[in-house]
Design a protein around this ligand. Structure first.
Ligand SMILES: [Zn+2]
Ligand SMILES: [Zn+2]
Length: 275
């Protein structure tokens, strides 16, 4: 069985009820994190992971700020809460290595102060990055993670992931419009997690800049169509743009349900879905 916890279901727009995009996947007694948005450590703690030292690997779908804004907190807190050097394994699209090194550069003053202050902390944080665009991202101990390219231009490259354990499979799409890579990840998956927007609502917001996001996100209808085409079991809608008022969830589900007859979950922070 694979347990999926939607840690943060928000987007760049601040929402008091939603942390930034981040999803915890537990499989075979192991914990993997997908993206590291606003408040990720608070939500990890709420999900029973008190320190990121217990996260085996972080997978990033892309380097848009809402998906990585608290990556620096993961790096620092894993470092300061580990008794020995504990490099953070990270998998992400090309560009992730440079991003991780720049993050450590940003933290330089803090790193130096802590090493100077604590006699038992004589090493800095380490991040070991594997960059991937397509193929097997991890395969050991009965857990397999596949990556495939997604479509979120001008953000490029971006990837989605598929986690397999036993007979269970979960696709985590990240931000993307429907595309071949996404379909491959979703094929027959028990659970498909998709970030979504509502073009009908976005168009009604008088912000020229906001209209640009219509080009590179899946709508609820797109997500429903992808889910139906791939024959998934459960579609999980997350990262809703614009943030919906409580009670409006049914409308979002309805739009996806027009194209997909399986189970649809509208995720809130800490929603758990099993595959
Ligand atoms: Zn996003
Ligand atoms: Zn994005």
């Amino acid at each position: 069985m694979i347990e999926v916890t939607l840690l943060g279901t928000g987007c760049p727009l601040p929402d008091p009820r939603r942390a930034g995009p981040a999803t915890l996947v537990r499989a075979g007694g192991r914990a993997f994190l997908f993206d590291a948005g606003r408040g990720v450590l608070m939500r990890l703690a709420a999900a029973g992971i008190p320190t990121p030292a217990f996260v085996e690997r972080v997978f990033l779908t892309h380097l848009h700020s809402d998906h990585v804004t608290d990556f620096n907190d993961l790096v620092t807190t894993r470092w300061t809460m580990s008794l020995a050097a504990n490099p953070l394994p990270v998998t992400g699209p090309p560009g992730t290595h440079a991003f991780a090194q720049r993050t450590i550069g940003m933290l330089r003053d803090d790193i130096d102060w802590r090493i100077e202050h604590h006699d038992d902390l004589q090493w800095g944080p380490e991040v070991v990055v594997t960059e991937i665009e397509d193929g097997v991202a991890l395969d050991d101990g009965g857990v397999r993670v596949l990556a495939a390219p997604t479509e979120h231009k001008p953000v490029h490259p971006t990837v989605g992931y598929r986690i397999e354990h036993g007979d269970s499979s979960v696709a985590i799409a990240g931000d993307t419009v429907p595309c071949a890579g996404l379909e491959a990840l979703c094929e027959g998956a028990d659970v498909y997690v998709q970030t979504v927007i509502r073009p009908d609502l976005v168009r009604s917001i008088p912000s020229v800049r906001l209209q640009d996001i219509l080009e590179y996100h899946s709508s609820c209808e797109d997500a429903g169509r992808t889910a139906a085409k791939a024959g998934v079991g459960t579609l999980v809608l997350t990262h809703p743009v614009p943030p919906p008022a409580p009670g409006a969830e049914a409308e979002w589900i309805e739009q996806a349900a027009a194209h997909f007859s399986g189970e649809i979950v509208f995720a809130n922070d800490l929603t758990v879905v099993n595959a």
